[in-house]
Design a protein around this ligand. Structure first.
Ligand SMILES: [Zn+2]
Length: 68
């Protein structure tokens, strides 16, 4: 899960992740996608470029919840 805001400047970038992921997986140039999404500062750009979705990996190690 990507942080909702850029850690350096506080700009909201959480809503850009799905678009960014979908378009880069489809083969678009990541730099151009970021320009299109209006992510112009390099602190915000690194948030999206360097993000790695690990939530599904972590969930394997969660204890199974007891059913009541
Ligand atoms: Zn930023």
């Amino acid at each position: 899960m990507i942080p909702v805001r850029c850690l350096s400047c506080g700009k909201i970038i959480g809503d850009k992740w799905e678009d960014f992921e979908r378009r880069t997986k489809a083969g678009d140039n990541p730099g151009k996608v970021l320009d299109d999404l209006g992510v112009d500062k390099y602190c915000c750009r690194r948030m999206l470029v360097s993000h790695c979705n690990l939530i599904d990996e972590f969930l394997q190690f969660e204890y199974p919840r007891k059913k009541e």
